[in-house]
Design a protein around this ligand. Structure first.
Ligand code: ADP
Ligand code: MG
Length: 335
């Protein structure tokens, strides 16, 4: 048993991952917590809580405390984190006594919120807690040489937010964050289906549609999918057939916003680093980068190479776990 475990935590808006250098990914669960509104007790966290979304009795509410990239509900975030840490130490047999923890918080979180997360992890028994900036963690996890004087561009498309960052010498040279990510795409699909078919579908159905027949703005052979929802006129369940091309149109606005943000960040790049970007290109990470055709579409739109991170949903967690040794070096570089 490791008495001084070293773990990395990616506290994402959609998913929380816990990674240990020695054992790899220990936990990967949705950032959802369900609680009883009368007693305020936590009823379920993670996968179990996500399965409850849209299906719970009135007194149990599943919430995503980090949804928009800010820590909307600190108590719920801390409780969720503690429950998940408990689960990991049980499951992995890894001793969670006095672990050293590197944690990555959403880029929109304030210094007060970061401090609060720091304290929550510390109160769980961590010996040392370090915070790391998300784009740097993502870059390390995607095997980019972040501590060299070479510009790396990371595009991280998450649930609540997307970030575009230029990193060089272990520090962030420039970064833009938007509150447009996978959640907004799901919402666009819900609105589209409501307007076009008078049918209401739930968030989880919208997410499934996006993953199955959602496409970035590229030409593709048309696909269809049968979907069930509630007819707004009759109030009864109804099955409809959706085409990938109509879903693609529904996603257009958020995709355009993402592209705009990438362009604006590249335009701000210091000229000395522009050449690196032309050579090395941009790396895509985060769950949203898995949208069908995303890499191809972005390659067509920005005239630099676009690569996928080896495991887009895990880059940040892997990067936080690996960053421990690098942290002091990085802190020096950013001073
Ligand atoms: P965060 O870091 O904010 O927690 P993640 O990087 O875990 O977010 O990504 C979660 C988002 O990625 C969700 O909106 C999810 O729907 C989306 N996603 C995951 N897989 C796919 C896929 N195959 N196609 C499109 N979107 C996906
Ligand atoms: Mg993330």
């Amino acid at each position: 048993m490791l008495s001084n475990a070293e773990i990395g935590i990616d506290l994402g808006t959609a998913n929380i991952l816990i990674y240990s250098k020695s054992k790899g990914i220990l936990l990967n669960e949705p950032s959802v917590v369900a609680y009883n509104t009368e007693t305020k007790n936590v009823v379920a966290v993670g996968k179990e809580a996500k399965e409850m979304v849209g299906k719970t009795p009135r007194n149990i509410i599943p919430v995503r405390p980090l949804r928009d990239g800010v820590i909307a509900d600190y108590d719920m975030t801390a409780q969720m984190l503690k429950e998940l840490l408990k689960k990991v130490s049980k499951k992995s047999g890894l001793s969670m006594r006095k672990p050293t923890v590197v944690i990555c918080t959403p880029s929109g979180s304030t210094s007060v919120e970061r401090r609060a997360i720091h304290n929550a992890v510390k109160s769980y028994g961590a010996k040392h807690v370090h915070l790391i900036e998300e784009p740097i963690a993502a870059a390390i996890g995607a095997d980019l040489p972040v501590d060299e004087p070479i510009a790396n561009v990371v595009v991280d498309i998450g649930g609540g937010t997307s970030e575009v960052a230029i990193i060089s010498f272990g520090g962030v040279v420039s970064c833009k964050s938007i509150r447009t990510g996978g959640d907004v795409m799901d919402e666009e699909i819900i609105q589209y289906v409501r307007k076009a078919y008078n049918v209401l579908i739930g968030e989880r159905t919208a997410e499934q549609i996006k993953m199955e027949i959602g496409y970035a703005l590229i030409d593709h052979p048309e696909e269809t999918m049968e979907v069930r929802g509630r007819d707004m006129v009759t109030g009864l369940p109804k099955t409809i057939e959706l085409k990938s091309t109509e879903i693609q149109q529904a996603l257009k606005e958020s995709l355009d916003q993402l592209l705009e943000t990438i362009r604006a960040t590249l335009e701000e790049c210091p000229p000395e680093l522009s050449g690196d970007i032309v050579d090395h290109g941009v790396i895509l990470t985060g769950g949203g980068s898995l949208l069908n055709g995303m890499q191809e579409w972005l390659s067509d739109e920005i005239s630099v190479p676009v690569h996928m991170a080896p495991s887009p949903l895990e880059s940040v967690a892997i990067g936080t776990g690996r960053s421990l040794k690098m942290i002091q070096k990085l802190q020096k570089a950013s001073k």
